[in-house]
Each structure stands twice: as structure tokens, then as C-alpha cells.
Design a protein around this ligand. Sequence first.
Ligand SMILES: NC(=O)c1ccc[n+]([C@@H]2O[C@H](COP(=O)([O-])OP(=O)(O)OC[C@H]3O[C@@H](n4cnc5c(N)ncnc54)[C@H](O)[C@@H]3O)[C@@H](O)[C@H]2O)c1
Ligand SMILES: O=P(O)(O)OC[C@H](O)CO
Length: 338
Amino acid sequence: MRPDVQRVTVLGAGSWGTAFAKVLGDAGRDVTMWARREEVATDIRERHTNSAYLPGVTLPATITATSDPAEALRAAEAVVLAVPSQSLRANLTAWRDLLPRDAILVSLAKGVELGTLKRMSEVIAEIVGIDAGDVVVVTGPNLAKEIAAGQPSASVLACADHDRAVAIQRACANSYFRPYTNTDVVGCELGGACKNVIALSTGMAAGLGLGTNTMATLITRGLAEMARLGAKLGADPLTFAGLAGVGDLVATCSSPLSRNRTFGERLGRGETLEQAQAAAGGQVAEGVMSCSSIRALAQSVGVDMPITDAMHRVCHEGVDPRQAGAELLGRSQKHEWS
Ligand SMILES: NC(=O)c1ccc[n+]([C@@H]2O[C@H](COP(=O)([O-])OP(=O)(O)OC[C@H]3O[C@@H](n4cnc5c(N)ncnc54)[C@H](O)[C@@H]3O)[C@@H](O)[C@H]2O)c1
Ligand SMILES: O=P(O)(O)OC[C@H](O)CO
């Protein structure tokens, strides 16, 4: 068994980075956060709030913050990467030489990289020069605002090295946050990335004025297509029945707190991509980029993902959401599991 992890650095002070830092702080860890903007670091350090991302939430006084990555990383025993997936490569390349040897790397990002079509643990492994199996992936139904409010939630810590997952499990478990371990990194990462795209579609359906049957259909058929991709890429199909699959799909596809669902809702109401992006206020809706990378990944291994394909065409090819919906319904008839 690995020794307890006490000093944790969280790189990224957005919604989830800050909420996860609070989880760690409430679990008794010493947390240092890195924020891109000094005013966010000052807010956290001096007022114990992050009013830019989580207004109204008081953070544990034990959490400190800086905008200097070298200072943030000094003496870290675990490093939590909490930046959006499409910017992880550039950020991590800048931090690589500052990472303490032997620190456990933890990924919060839910996405697939455009171009390389790599999962986040693969991107991290490539840049840092470690085995992807040594990265701990955090995923599951974890809407940042609810967790920051101390509402009970469970999560999955996926890592091929069970001891590393257990070390992070002990570091972040607290009275409202229950983390489970899992060794199926492929399934857990794909679940987290794919559900954002399906949440775009349920939001879009809501924006079009459609009801619960449509939402349930998209969630269930979304689950079918993400499990198909996972099985092809070596994931355990059971993973998609768990927190990283059904759990995160239900939370993200049905909650008004989800940025992905909200983004889809705006597109469904007739807003343009640019208008929906402006309304997001700089916060990331990962599905908007991941619909393209996941579609390309699926095509590369010959897997059919019609909802993901539809979201790519709406977001990036100017297809009207109603038209995309009609085309989904008009596909040839088939068996539920074929
Ligand atoms: N918010 C949630 O509820 C939640 C829950 C689980 C997982 N996630 C995942 O965690 C990851 C981070 O999400 P978040 O909610 O903290 O995002 P966010 O948009 O709220 O914050 C992103 C953070 O990354 C920093 N950053 C650094 N480089 C950046 C760049 N080039 N572009 C944009 N931001 C940059 C920003 O300054 C900010 O501190 C995403 O992959 C997301 O899918 C989010
Ligand atoms: O707000 P979203 O859409 O990025 O989703 C947040 C989390 O991933 C839910 O688990």
C-alpha cells in the first residue's frame, strides 16, 4: 500500500478544479491551487472564495492559491490536472519540468483530443513520459456546483495501478463525496467524454420543446453508442452501466447545471454556435469539440455513433437541429442491440 497523500496541487481554478479542491480540503488534505489569472488566485487565497466560477461557496481556509505554477507544484505528492481537454496538452507541456518526481497525476478532464484522438490519460502519458496506466482518472456524476454545496455524490477513480487509485481514494473521500476505484480506464474515460455529446443532444431536444420520452430515448441510445465504441476499444461493457456511464449520463443530460446540456438547449432554441459560446461566459462545454474527435475516433474503428455524428453536423456543419433529429428518426430500422 502507498503512503497517505497529504499535499495536493490542483492545476486549474475553474468550476470543477475548485470544487474538487474543496473536496480534498474537506477530506483534510493540504491543497494548493494554480489559477491562470492572479485575481482568481488572490480571491481564493485571501477571501476563501472563487467568485468567478463558484460564487457563494466558502472554501476551506486550508486551501491556498497562486498564479505561479512553480510555486504551486513545489512539494506536491499528487497533482490534479483541472483544465479543459483541448488545452491540456499546451498547459501540461509548460508544466512538465516542474512536476515533482513520483507525484501521482490525476486527470479531471472529460474529452478526447482533436487531431490525435487520444484520451486524456494518453495525452498526459505522452507529454510527461510515463505509462498511461499510472494516471488516475476522476469521472462520474459530478456537477461542480452541487458538490461544492456539499451535496452527496459518488465518483470513480480509474487507474490500471490499483494502489494509486486507492491512494487518491483515501485522499478525497469525505462525508459527502464517495469515490469508488475501477481499473477500466478506457471505459471510464470514454464514458466521461461521450456523455457530454449526448448531453448536447438532450439539451437540444429540450430547446426544441420536446419532452421526457425524447430525453430518455437519447440517453439510452447514447449509452448504446458509447458502449459500442468502448467495447471496440477494449473497455469492459459493465463500466457503462456504472457511475462513469449511466450515472454521468443521467446527471449531465438532465441537469440545468450542465454546461453541455445548456449549450445544446440554446442551439435547440435557434441560437448560433457563437451566441451559445458567448453565453457560456468562457466556461467549457466539452461536447462541442468532443463531438468531432469522438466521431473521428468511432469512424477510425468502424463504429456507428449516429447521435454523436448528428451533434457534429449541427455544431460544425450548420445542420439545423430539427433536420438532424428527423434524420436520426429516418435511419433504416434495426434490432435494438445490433
Ligand atoms: N464543471 C463540472 O461540473 C465538471 C465536472 C466533472 C468534470 N468536469 C471536467 O473538468 C474539466 C475542467 O472543467 P471546469 O468545469 O473546471 O472548466 P472551467 O471552464 O470552469 O475552468 C477551466 C479552467 O482551466 C483554465 N484554463 C487553462 N488554460 C485554459 C485554456 N486554454 N482554455 C480555457 N481554460 C483554460 C481556466 O482558467 C479555468 O481555471 C473539463 O474537462 C470538464 O469536462 C467538469
Ligand atoms: O457542466 P458539464 O456539462 O461540463 O458537466 C459536468 C460534469 O461532467 C457532470 O458530471
